[in-house]
Ligand binder design. Sequence first.
Ligand code: GAR
Length: 210
Amino acid sequence: KTRVAILISGRGSNMVSLIEAARAPDFPAEIVLVLSNRPEAAGLARAAEAGIATQAIDHRAYPDRDGFDAALDAELRAAKVDLVCLAGFMRIFTPGFVEGWAGRMLNIHPSLLPLFKGTHTHARALEAGVRLHGCTVHYVVPELDAGPIVAQAAVPVRAGDDPDSLADRVIVQEHRLYPAALALVAGGKVRLEGDRVIFDAEAAQADGAL
Ligand code: GAR
């Protein structure tokens, strides 16, 4: 099975959805480590409760991004991690770290990329007046929220939505989409060729169901 580390900074609800999906015997990935840059992240306790190894690497203990990224890289390699899933991980990496994990690092972002990169995506979607919003799972590249897209789910914007009500509708889709996308990648059904995501024949057929 593909050995996966999940990186979090906060409550870890996407992390929980990945851990739960990976409990299925036929799931192609196992979660071997949950790592947070914030020792106080609520998700660490939830991971420990689920019996997953956890680790905190406090970014405030490092003088610069290079130092933090080197420590993170060393831990991931020590744990023999094949694939990294960012799940509410709110730190920007150095290009060198990202290049070291090229094609082996996924992120979930709460918008239909390439719209609304960065933070406060739900407020900005409402501000822009879009009627469809959603979430995206993509490979991580050095440029923020810009990597090749594996999967997306759309969510209608309703009259009267505020950022919280919209976020509540999007997160339901995040919890469904991320495990499905991880299964595709870990199972070798999609792969990266240059900057394109290639689906194998079986995944292409199942794609409509994502
Ligand atoms: C999720 O909505 C995730 O898409 C978003 O943070 C939230 C984390 O929630 N990620 C980003 O904004 C990445 N830039 P969670 O900790 O409950 O999974």
